[in-house]
Write a protein that binds this ligand. Structure first.
Ligand SMILES: [Fe+2]
Length: 231
């Protein structure tokens, strides 16, 4: 199976001056296309054996003495190709800040509490219809050093892995109605017609009554409706 190259019209540029770290990280010359060989076109392929029983549930997979603090949420959606067909057996990995806006990472020294019951990472495999589903808590906004009084909107990082390692895609999901979205240079860096595809929509239908509210976030891998991905 050959893979189509990415149409960059739906994606942010490699270097985006308002997003300061992209100035040093982004390539300054055109990327070199590496021809696909057998190594890239075969394996690893994923099945249910790759995910553990609690991997999809961030309210349970990091517990030490109870549930994490925060508003419980269901995050779910479908992974689709450019024809609208389901991308089954896609490994969806997420990571996020806790309810106070802090990551479990040594580089995160934001003066906000860690939660001993929240790891902030999970993974799930899409089913035959392309659905994935996570249970988590609503992440907090957090300040960052990009510019004066810069705050990231609440967001969840997504990584997708398809049938082989060359198919990894990374993006960020935002929450409908977040007042910080218009001020975020990372969100603003995606093309005008595509950036709203990064915003998860509240879904009363997918809410689990008495348990958790739900947001739906579909991801389109290729084509004119593609979800913006990070370089
Ligand atoms: Fe983040």
């Amino acid at each position: 199976m050959k893979f189509k190259s990415r149409d960059r019209s739906s994606h942010p540029p490699y270097i985006l001056p308002p997003y300061k770290s992209s100035l040093t990280r982004g390539p300054k010359t055109e990327p070199i296309i590496v021809p696909q060989s057998l190594t890239e076109l075969t394996g690893p392929a994923y099945d249910e054996s790759i995910v553990g029983e609690l991997d999809h549930d961030l309210t349970r997979n990091g517990q030490t003495n109870g549930e994490p603090i925060g508003e419980r949420l269901i995050i779910t959606g479908r992974i689709l190709d450019e024809n609208g067909d389901a991308a089954a057996n896609t490994l969806v990995e997420i990571w996020q800040a806790n309810a106070a806006g802090r990551y479990v990472h040594t580089n995160d020294q934001h003066d906000a509490p860690l939660d001993p019951n929240f790891l902030g990472a999970g993974r799930a495999l899409t089913d035959d219809e392309g659905w994935y589903k996570f249970t988590t808590i609503r992440p907090g906004a957090y300040p960052w050093g990009n510019h004066y009084n810069a705050w990231r909107p609440t967001h969840i990082h997504f990584s997708l892995l398809g049938p082989n390692i060359m198919t990894r895609l990374i993006t960020q999901m935002y929450f409908e109605g977040d007042p910080l979205i218009p001020f975020d240079p990372i969100f603003a860096g995606s093309p005008a017609g595509a950036k709203d595809r990064l915003v998860a929509k509240f879904s009363l239908e997918l809410t689990e009554p008495g348990f958790a509210l739900a947001y739906r976030f579909d991801i389109v891998l290729r084509g004119p409706e593609a979800t913006p991905f990070e370089a």
